[in-house]
Design a protein. Sequence first.
Length: 354
Amino acid sequence: MKEFCEKWRKRIATKEMVFIGIVTLAASIIASWLKQFPGFSLFGALIIALLIGMVLQFPIRKWYSSRSPEHKAGVKDAAGLISNKLLRLGIILLGFKLNLQVLFTQGIKCLPIAAVVVTLTIVVCYNIARKLGVDPQLAVLVAGGTGICGAAAVMGLSGSIKVPPEQEDEKANNEVMAVAIIAIMGTIFALVEIAFGPLTGLTNTQLGITAGASLHEIAHAVAAGDAFGAVDIATIMKLSRVLMLVFAAIIIAIWWDKNHSQMPSDGKRKISFPWFMLGFIGASIIGTFVPFIATITPQLVDFAYIVLGMAMAALGITVNFSALAKKGQKAFLASLITSILLMCFAAGVAALFF
């Protein structure tokens, strides 16, 4: 225990950790402020924080990391620790947003639809990506982000994937790539649905269901639902998909271990079970059934987005832009094809059941 505490003290009690902590906190707060403005609201705070982190990478590298190898390694370790640990804390806190009582009453029809939508989308997108030559890790992250809930799903599913230390940089680049692809794709399809949805002949409720079942980020579904005057049903449909993140993370952890795990020298496998997802469910239960917590849920969710924004900004600070340019095109195409199929399927389901 003493060695464990000393190890973590040395990683946390550094000037680089203080520096990156302040920078990512500022980026997250600025992102939360910017999301209230038209245009920025379509991206949401997490994507904005990631973009700010990517921009800040250049001055940090020029004026701090370049001073010595120790400074560079310290920044990399601090950003990696923040993006990894605060991500899990943020997703747990985001569970307070998920009102299970609403889902299992008003959203009872949405839950089975969400299960089918998420399952089909992940399977279809992953297989399209693999046919196009995308590596398995990036393929599953893009598939999860497309099928479930954008950036939060990408980062949540990433916690189910265990890689050796020498592959951590590649994994971080895949995370950023998947988040960027989903951000662009979600914005495009939100604008498409808002512009052309009323021309399809669907009712406002059906358009809200389509938005909630097909759009990538919660911000996208809310924006489209609001445009149709069906923000409540769009949000319920979207949160039904968010709930599927728990099951997807567990299933993908087992699947990844079976098909892509790196075998240790002793021949034993260790499944990277996403324990933080149990915290997500626990927070949902507490937020739903504990009256005192329910009164402060908005504040807890705001704090969750600040924490997640810090994780996203830290991820942006470490991104490798050349890797993004080389590997992103085929994954983008896979998400584009899947998103078109998903939108058509969601519209069909909405017309059939609502």
